[in-house]
Design a protein around this ligand. Structure first.
Ligand code: NAI
Ligand code: MG
Length: 498
């Protein structure tokens, strides 16, 4: 099959056609070393394609292309740049079904509940940021009557965007759309588990953008991500992934004294009060814990604190809801819950389930049921687990699992539950469920998190700043303010007219 821009709804054919390629300088490119690695379908274990094993030579070529293109891109009138970014969104809308199917195949996330939805929000991110071109404003400052004093916003140059596998389209778009509209060029390093759909997105975007402005490399962290961060012409790094790798990236960027945005993990609390609307809170727990994404979310509401008066009924109802969810082939419209991304993550999740079983006082509730289709026998399916009888001090309630495993913790005293919610190395998201306004306001002030919600559990929105405190990260993404703060430099100019 040729790789034209006609939407292709056969993800298997598309995965094969996209195999073995980076995309930079306006074209698909083979890896310089010729080395590739397999991309697998986690629902069957079968190889669906390959990706180039990017290394320093590929990084050098992609960054050179990005550097050459950036100056011309930055010189475009800001609204014109914005129009092109918004046009990427418009074109991507035509590919929602195609991209949804491919990301479902590549990551094991169910098409109906997750993958198609993610492909839709991808386009929305470009549409939103595309409108912000003329918002790259500076200020005039009343410094001296004889001196015209002002600030202007300038792009930082070539931006490196390092993304993970859990929501690669959304996370790539959040970085790319903001960086591009601000006048930067971008080199993305895709996650080794999911290099194909983001490659297709890059091809589609390059039908709109000038060559070299938006580029992508596939490869592993140490061999491809590290040289990208270290490259002297990369002037900013935006990273989403683990705390461990975030620290490595931060140190490498410190050597070059360049700014970094880090979006790392979480162990987000959800506090359910006795007076809560329990139907809403139950739906919120299902959405918040991302059961449809196998819990593979940085904001997963993985610590659910439920007031003792309603605890037992809440747990029973939560289990019943998860039991009703269908695990199966990610591409099947009936499926609610697909697979874990990779063998490594599968083993990690299993080890936490084993740890939960060994936790004193804990009770394990296995929910839903394993698929019976023999084609899926080698699939990385894990039955969602709810652990009750856990305390906030147990390892299972402290460490990020990044799988379909949540802890329900009983509480009685409000001050103590706030304290427990905050007793975590993380601080990404938090929710509180109550009908009492004073309790809600009190909690929003006291909860240590970058994103606090009352009686709802919305995901990332393009126009709201998003990011964490403590080890959950550094800096904010999405929103006009984040774009200005993280993808531009402020220059002060004084014109002495005396
Ligand atoms: P990771 O943080 O190692 O990988 C994320 C990205 O960083 C990938 O593109 C990877 O290739 C790249 N990378 C790895 N080492 C690098 C280096 N030295 N320099 C530059 N880039 C590098 O995460 P991984 O191994 O996929 O997952 C491990 C755990 O991380 C998960 O179990 C989960 O707890 C957490 N995680 C959190 C995410 C979030 O959204 N905050 C997303 C993915 C994972
Ligand atoms: Mg890793």
């Amino acid at each position: 099959m040729t790789l034209d821009l006609t939407p292709n709804l056969d993800p298997f054919a598309l995965a094969r056609a996209l195999s073995g390629k980076h995309f930079y300088d306006g074209a698909f490119q083979a890896g310089r070393s010729g080395k590739t690695f397999p991309v697998n379908n986690p629902a069957t274990g079968a190889e669906i394609g390959t990706a180039p094993f990017g290394d320093e030579a590929d990084v050098n070529a992609a960054v050179a292309a990005a550097k050459a293109a950036q100056k011309g891109w930055a010189k475009l009138p800001a609204r014109q740049r914005g129009k092109l970014v918004a046009e990427c969104g418009r074109v991507l809308v035509n590919h929602v079904e195609e991209l949804g199917r491919l990301i479902a195949l590549e990551t094991g996330k169910a098409l109906r509940t997750e993958s198609r939805v993610e492909a839709g929000v991808l386009a929305d991110m470009f549409t939103f940021f595309g409108g912000l071109g003329s918002e790259l404003k500076g200020e005039t400052v009343p410094f001296h009557p004889d001196m015209m004093t002002m600030t202007v916003r300038e792009p930082v140059g070539v931006v490196a965007a390092i993304i993970p596998w859990n929501v690669p389209l959304l996370l790539m778009a959040m970085k790319a759309a903001a960086a591009l509209v601000a006048g930067n060029s971008v080199v993305v390093k895709s996650a080794e588990e999911s290099p194909l759909t983001v490659l297709r997105v890059t091809q589609i975007m390059n039908s709109v953008l000038p060559a070299g402005v938006f580029n992508i490399l596939s490869g592993f962290g140490p061999e491809c991500g590290a040289p990208l961060v270290a490259h002297p012409d990369v002037k900013k790094v935006s990273f989403t992934g683990s705390v461990e790798t975030g620290r490595i990236v931060y140190k490498a960027a410190a050597e070059k004294l360049i700014p970094v945005t880090l979006e790392l993990g979480g162990k987000s609390p959800m506090i359910v009060c006795a007076d809560a609307d329990t139907d809403k809170a139950l739906a919120g727990a299902i959405a918040g814990m991302r059961f449809t994404r196998q819990g593979q979310s940085c904001t997963a509401a993985s610590r659910i604190f439920v007031h003792e008066d309603i605890h037992d009924a809440f747990v029973a109802a939560l289990k019943a809801k998860v039991d009703a969810m269908v695990m199966g082939d990610p591409l099947d419209e009936k499926t609610d819950i697909g697979t874990i991304i990779s063998g490594g993550q599968f083993d990690r999740v299993q080890s936490y389930i084993a740890l939960g079983r060994e936790t004193a006082g804990a009770t394990e509730l296995a929910c839903s049921s394993m698929p019976t289709d023999p084609k899926l026998a080698k699939g990385l399916f894990v039955q969602p687990r709810i652990f009750t009888g856990v305390t906030n001090n147990d390892r299972i309630a402290r460490e990020e699992i990044f799988g379909p495993v949540c802890c329900v913790i009983k509480w009685k005293d409000f001050d103590s539950v706030i304290e427990q919610a905050n007793d975590s190395e993380y601080g990404l998201a938090a929710t509180i469920w109550t009908r009492d306004l004073k309790t809600a306001m009190d909690a929003t002030r006291r909860l240590e998190a970058g994103f606090v919600q009352v009686n709802q559990n919305l995901v990332v929105q393009p126009n709201l700043s998003y990011g964490g405190v403590k080890t959950s990260g550094l800096g904010r993404e999405a929103s006009l303010e984040s774009m200005l703060e993280h993808f531009t430099h402020k220059k002060t100019i004084i014109i002495n007219m005396a």
